[in-house]
Design a binder for this molecule. Structure first.
Ligand code: PEP
Length: 249
């Protein structure tokens, strides 16, 4: 199999004001030197997408969104469509993050519609899956991930339009991470699901690990078979940490 180019994606969640532009500019400044190693993407809150995307124009740092509505437009107060996010300068959208599944009741069917919306707008869908601590303790990790993949991934996925992020819910923001062996087992399983369903293309789709990735553990996690990059929450807010994680892959 040919080498897959890694992606390091930052998820700022509900953090960041206009005053964070300096931090983002520091990321742009560091991104050029890392272009030989990985693709870099930052997903700030929606309020910052247009401003960041303007600054990042012509650089090696891409800007993405954290969610979208499934519809292109209409009577959906407070929501943003994939088309709007594309218009603001986003090139990718995270869909199905566990915080949205938990806080907003997003089901696999909704996540699938949002991934299709991202594609409709010409954007990459980063589809998140992952088990809770309770599910892990019950030995259901692969069952849960398999069910989420089956329900959340639309037909027609390619290496260019889809990224899958494996994010064990218990590892998000906790400082806890699975062992490299555990990560490898799940990523291998995901790879199998992708190749079963999308054939040769499924062998090239990037599978990110997410959950408490930081500079100190990034090299170990990024070295795992079938780990093609990271989705980074807390550590993506600081340019030095985010760039150090990219450096480690
Ligand atoms: C995330 O929520 O996508 C995430 C990986 O968070 P953290 O890195 O802070 O655990």
């Amino acid at each position: 199999t040919e080498a897959i180019r890694p992606l390091i994606a930052g998820n700022w969640k509900m953090n960041g004001l206009k005053s964070a532009l300096g931090e983002f500019e520091a990321m742009i400044a560091g991104a050029g030197a890392l272009a030989g190693k990985a693709d870099l993407l930052v997903c700030p809150p929606a309020t910052l997408i247009a401003g960041f995307a303007d600054k990042a124009l012509g650089s090696k740092l891409a800007v993405g969104a954290q969610d979208c509505h499934a519809r292109a437009s209409g009577a959906h107060t407070g929501d943003l469509s994939a088309e709007m996010l594309a218009d603001a300068g986003a090139s990718a959208i995270i869909v199905g993050h566990s915080e949205r599944r938990a806080d907003h009741g997003e089901t696999d069917a909704i996540v699938r519609q949002k991934a299709e919306a991202a594609w409709r707008a010409g954007l990459v869908a980063i589809v998140c899956i992952g088990e809770t601590q309770k599910q892990r303790d019950a030995g259901q990790t692969l069952d849960i991930c398999g069910r989420q993949l089956a329900g959340s991934l639309p037909d027609g996925a390619t290496a260019a339009n889809l990224v899958v992020a494996y994010e064990p819910v218990w590892a998000i923001g906790t400082g806890l991470t699975p062992t490299p062996k555990d990560v490898e087992q799940v990523h291998r399983f995901i790879r199998g699901v992708l190749t079963d369903r999308f054939k040769a293309e499924g062998g090239k789709i990037r599978i990110l690990y997410g959950g408490s990735v930081k500079p100190s553990n990034a090299a170990e996690l990024m070295a795992v078979t079938d780990v093609n990059g990271a989705l980074v929450g807390g550590a993506s807010l600081k340019a030095t940490d985010f760039l150090a994680i990219a450096e480690a892959c």
